[in-house]
Ligand binder design. Structure first.
Ligand SMILES: C[S@@+](CC[C@H](N)C(=O)[O-])C[C@H]1O[C@@H](n2cnc3c(N)ncnc32)[C@H](O)[C@@H]1O
Length: 335
C-alpha cells in the first residue's frame, strides 16, 4: 500500500499525538505539583487567586489551567477551577503513596526504557533516581495509608497480612526501601523483620524510614546478596521479591529461604506476569515493566514456572494465589 502524506498525518494524529500529549501532560502535572497549582486546584481556585498565590504570570497560569482542563485533570464551575473527582483522589493523602513519589519513579522508569539495551540499568542510575524508582513500586510506609487496612486484610485471609499477623520473625529477600515491610511492622506489633538488600542506597533509605517511624528496634537491614545471608535463628515467614532477581541469583536466594525458614514456615513471592483478563492499562504497565526487568536479566516467570522453581528448591505445597487480583503471589512451605 502506498501511503500519502495526508494518510500519514492522519495516522500520526490517531496513534502518535495521544501519546505525545500524555507524556507532556504528565510532565505538566509534575510541574503543577511543584509550583503549588495542584494544591490550589484541590479545593478550587480562580485564575487571579492562583496567579497571586504562585506569583506566576497570569497568562502562564491561564495556559497551565487550560491544559489541565483539556487534559481531563481539572474542570471549572464558572470562574472557579478545581481538580476532577478522580484527580482529587489521585492527588490526595489516601493513596498508597504520594503522587510526586509515583511521578518521580515513573519518570525514572521511562528514562530507563529510553536507554534499554545500552547497558544502563537499575544499578547505574543515580542514587536519587534508584530510590525514587524503588519507592514508586511499593507503598509509602510514612504516609501509611495501607497500615490501617492490614488487620482487616489479615482477618479476611489475605495470605501475606494473615501470615504477618501471627509471625514473629520475618525475612525479606530484596527489601528495597521496605515499603511493605515497614507497613506490616506498623500494623503487627509482635513482628520483627530482617531485610536483605543488595543496594546500599536503598538499604540507607529503608533504615531512614524505619528511624522516622521509630521502628529501628524491630527492623534490621543486612546489606548483602540474598544468597550470602544466613542467620542462626530461624524465621517464621519469608518474602522474596523474585520479580527483581536476575537468573543467576535465584537459586542462591531460594537456598537462603530454605535454610533460614523454620519447618512448616511460609514463603511468599509476588508475581507480575499477566494471566489473562487484566484491564488494558494493567497489561500495558506489566509489559513495559517487563522490558526493564528482562533487560536486567530477570526472567518473566508464569505462576506455574514459579511454582516449579519453588518445588525444585525443595519447598512444598507450592501454589499460586490471588489470580486476577492486584497482588498475585506464589506461596510454598518449608518442609
Ligand atoms: C521490588 S524491590 C522490593 C520492594 C519492597 N518489597 C518494598 O515493599 O519496598 C526488590 C529489591 O530486590 C533487590 N535485589 C535484587 N537482587 C538481589 C539480590 N541478589 N540480593 C539482595 N537483594 C536483591 C533490589 O535491589 C530491589 O531493591
Amino acid at each position: 500500500m502506498t501511503e500519502t502524506l495526508p494518510t500519514v498525518m492522519a495516522a500520526e494524529m490517531r496513534v502518535l499525538d495521544p501519546l505525545v500529549s500524555a507524556q507532556k501532560l504528565l510532565a505538566l502535572i509534575e510541574g503543577a505539583h511543584k509550583n503549588g497549582i495542584l494544591e490550589l486546584l484541590a479545593p478550587g481556585a480562580t485564575i487571579p487567586a492562583i496567579t497571586t498565590a504562585t506569583k506566576l504570570e497570569a497568562g502562564v497560569v491561564a495556559a497551565i489551567v487550560d491544559a489541565l482542563v483539556v487534559g481531563g485533570v481539572a474542570e471549572n464551575d464558572n470562574e472557579t477551577f478545581h481538580l476532577t473527582k478522580d484527580w482529587q483522589a489521585v492527588c490526595g493523602p489516601i493513596g498508597v503513596r504520594p503522587l510526586p513519589a509515583t511521578l518521580h519513579g515513573e519518570r525514572v522508569g521511562a528514562e530507563l526504557l529510553r536507554h534499554v539495551g545500552t547497558g544502563d540499568d537499575y544499578w547505574s542510575v543515580s542514587t536519587d533516581d534508584r530510590v525514587a524508582l524503588a519507592a514508586s513500586l511499593s507503598p509509602d510506609p510514612i504516609q501509611g495509608s495501607l497500615v490501617p487496612t492490614l488487620p482487616a486484610q489479615a482477618a479476611a485471609g489475605e495470605p501475606l497480612p494473615a501470615a504477618a499477623s501471627t509471625a514473629n520473625r520475618y525475612l525479606e529477600l530484596g527489601c528495597g526501601v521496605a515499603g511493605m515491610t515497614l507497613s506490616l511492622l506498623q500494623a503487627f506489633p509482635q513482628l520483627t523483620v530482617v531485610g536483605v538488600e543488595l543496594s546500599d542506597d536503598l538499604a540507607d533509605e529503608a533504615e531512614r524510614r524505619a528511624e522516622v517511624l521509630g521502628l529501628r528496634d524491630r527492623f534490621t537491614v543486612v546489606r548483602s546478596d540474598a544468597a550470602d545471608f544466613d542467620d542462626e535463628e530461624p524465621f517464621d515467614l519469608g518474602f522474596w521479591s523474585q520479580f527483581f532477581f536476575a537468573e543467576h541469583t535465584r537459586a542462591g536466594a531460594l537456598r537462603t529461604l530454605f535454610d533460614n525458614i523454620r519447618p512448616g514456615g511460609l514463603v511468599a513471592a509476588p508475581i507480575v506476569h499477566p494471566i489473562g483478563g487484566e484491564p488494558d492499562a494493567v497489561l500495558r504497565r506489566i509489559s513495559l515493566l517487563r522490558v526493564s526487568t528482562q533487560s536486567w536479566g530477570v526472567p518473566d516467570r508464569t505462576p506455574e514456572e514459579l511454582v516449579e522453581e519453588f518445588q525444585t528448591a525443595g519447598l512444598v505445597d507450592a501454589r499460586a494465589v490471588g489470580q486476577g487480583k492486584r497482588s498475585m503471589l506464589v506461596l510454598a512451605n518449608r518442609p
